[in-house]
Design a binder for this molecule. Structure first.
Ligand SMILES: [Zn+2]
Length: 429
């Protein structure tokens, strides 16, 4: 058994000015304490919380006697950690300043400094006594509660000054049996679809993500032209309509990504499989979107369809404790997974292996190559389990050497209503 730890962010409701001021004061004192402690720790080369506490606890307490005593503990922990990472940077010659700056502060809390009161509020110890704060419960939080995670006593809190809210970083813990993947689900992220290899079948789940990006792009362009003519550039009505279009686009894409990610991750969790993804670069260099000339637009397509999709899968996978493996994506669709020879493509996404002569769909080839790379080989050195499945040199081929290796194409309107891919059998002809 291993202990899994997850952080969930929860926001408080907007606080009355008077209440919020208490937290601003508290943060000010906490920051001062941490700054002094960090200075002391760096000067004396202390990186251990216990030693820092032993030497400085009294000093901190006398600095702000009104501050609940446990803040002296958590500030020591906070400062020791800051000093530790700063001293390490300095040893590597990478510290830019003589002392670490204490800029962003989140107040560290322990079991004495906060507690949950019911499901929708917490109370925090402050220099003005305990203050009760209502929190907005989100889906994320409830999901962890309902799946049997327990809330840890350590937490952090940040102040959102603009909105007068507290942002709470809560920690959930759970004992989980170690996840030893029994298999792999490979995902080849495409512009308008995800190719997913599960149990020897490649599903092509359509997302239309790049089509949506392009559609909104042209719609906005048309709006801009029309409004610029009537109201002049950058007018208020134009900005308003832009804002609503942007909001719609974002919401639609997010929904698609999250639903599809959930579908894939649930399949992986059920099989106790790991998910294999391509390691994406920083630049939108994917061959298939090079045809988009506008660099900004290309970037947006890349962000939504590739990066955004991967991130959604990663996030979902974390929630379910499913491991994600990244592999080198180079040439995954160009080489035959069986023979290692080049696949010669015609006009559509189908090609012929230059050695075996069998037909490959581009996405099917990519998925199998990702699987082979995850297993640590490019065919020849693949472990026997996969070799039995994707045999090298003339043995059994996934669908037989003469069949086209076609994916099962599933439209978005269809998969979006499923909870699992098991539904495929009912819909297949
Ligand atoms: Zn081949």
């Amino acid at each position: 058994m291993v202990e899994a730890v997850r952080t969930v962010v929860v926001r408080s409701e907007q606080l009355p000015r008077r209440t919020f001021r208490i937290f601003v004061e508290l943060e000010g004192m906490y920051r001062n304490v941490v700054e002094q402690l960090v200075l002391y720790a760096v000067n004396s080369g202390i990186t251990k919380f216990t030693r820092l506490k032993a030497e400085r606890y009294r000093g901190v307490r006398s600095l702000y006697p009104q501050l609940p005593s446990h803040y002296a503990y958590t500030a020591c922990q906070d400062a020791a950690e800051r000093a530790h990472s700063f001293l390490r940077l300095r040893r590597m010659g990478r510290a830019r300043k003589a002392y670490p700056e204490v800029r962003g502060v989140s107040i560290w809390l322990d079991d004495h400094l906060w507690r949950v009161e019911g499901l929708t509020s917490i109370s925090m110890a402050t220099h003005r006594g305990r203050v009760r704060v209502s929190v907005e419960l989100n889906k994320h939080f409830l999901r962890y509660v309902n799946r049997g995670w327990r809330l840890a006593t350590e937490a952090k809190v940040k102040l959102d000054r603009r909105e007068r809210r507290l942002i709470l970083y809560l920690t959930f813990k759970k004992e989980v049996s170690e996840y030893r993947p029994k298999g792999y689900i490979t995902v080849d992220v495409n512009e308008n679809a995800e190719a997913v290899l599960i149990d020897g079948v490649v599903y092509l789940l359509e997302t239309d993500l790049s089509r949506i990006t392009l559609g909104y792009y042209y719609r906005k362009k048309r709006v801009q032209e029309r409004y610029d003519r009537v109201y002049g550039p950058g007018s208020r009505p134009e900005r308003k309509i832009f804002k609503s279009l942007r909001g719609n686009e974002r919401a639609l894409k997010r929904e698609i990504r999250q639903k599809l990610a959930a579908l894939i991750v649930r399949e992986a969790a059920r099989r106790q499989a790991a998910i294999v993804l391509e390691r994406l670069g920083k630049e939108p260099a994917k061959g298939m979107i090079e045809r988009i000339k506008d660099p900004q637009l290309r970037h947006r397509v890349y962000q939504a369809a590739f990066k955004g999709m991967q991130r959604a899968i990663e996030e979902k996978a974390r929630e379910y404790g499913v491991p994600v493996i990244y592999v080198d994506p180079r040439n995954t669709s160009k080489v035959c997974p069986i023979h290692g020879a080049e696949i010669v493509y015609g006009k559509d996404r189908r090609g012929t292996c230059s050695r075996g002569g069998e037909t490959w769909h581009r996405d099917v080839a990519a998925c199998y190559n990702l699987l082979l790379r995850a297993l640590g080989g490019d065919g020849g050195s693949a472990p026997s389990r996969v070799r039995a499945f994707v045999a090298v040199d003339g043995g059994p081929v996934p669908l037989g050497p003469t069949a086209a290796h076609e994916p099962i194409r599933i439209s978005r309107s269809l998969w979006a209503r499923w909870r699992s891919l098991g539904a495929i059998n009912k819909h297949e002809q």
